[in-house]
Design a binder for this molecule. Structure first.
Ligand SMILES: [Zn+2]
Length: 168
């Protein structure tokens, strides 16, 4: 497994201070999710550091997002739009390009479905702040494979010690 820890600004494209700031916002956005069991937040940032859009895990606009539906996993998984996907779609709604942008995802790794959209939308760098647990291993494997081939950089930011580790 190839790992490389970036400790200075020379080695890393975004400074730690700004990574922390964007993750704080992503965390705020995650709290807007109505899902009682998992709250994910995503922020898309342009190459000038401007925030282009935000997203959290939720049902599509207008679809009834009752607690009852969220509590039935089968239904929830069919109706939910992931935070990363929502951030991309919100940018589209605003007529904003995310080509060359950076995505920050709080609280879960990027699944292989969102990875496809991230690549196709033109996002070139991704930061996550969660460890990959058993349940996400397989999906994360495909995400990393696709990101590597499509030249999307991905990094793990550890909030506990401020370290940044390249994942692909
Ligand atoms: Zn996803």
């Amino acid at each position: 497994m190839q790992e490389e820890t970036a400790s200075s600004n020379e080695q890393h494209p975004v400074s730690l201070k700004w990574i922390q700031r964007y993750f704080k916002i992503a965390e705020q956005v995650s709290a807007w999710s109505k899902d009682p069991s998992s709250k994910i937040g995503a922020i898309i940032v342009g190459d000038k550091g401007q925030i282009i859009s935000q997203g959290y895990n939720g049902f599509p606009r207008g679809v009834i997002d009752s607690e009852d539906r969220y509590n039935q996993r089968e239904i929830k998984y069919k109706l939910v739009v992931h935070a990363e996907m929502n951030a991309i779609l919100n940018a589209l709604y605003n007529g904003s390009s995310v080509d060359g942008a950076t995505l920050y995802v709080h609280n879960l790794p990027v699944c292989h479905e969102c990875a496809k959209a991230i690549i196709q939308a033109g996002i070139t760098r991704v930061y996550i702040d969660t460890n990959i647990n058993e349940r996400w291993q397989e999906s994360w494997h495909y995400t990393k494979t696709m990101f590597s081939e499509a030249k999307v950089e991905c990094y793990y930011y550890n909030d506990a010690d401020g370290s940044i580790t390249r994942q692909c």
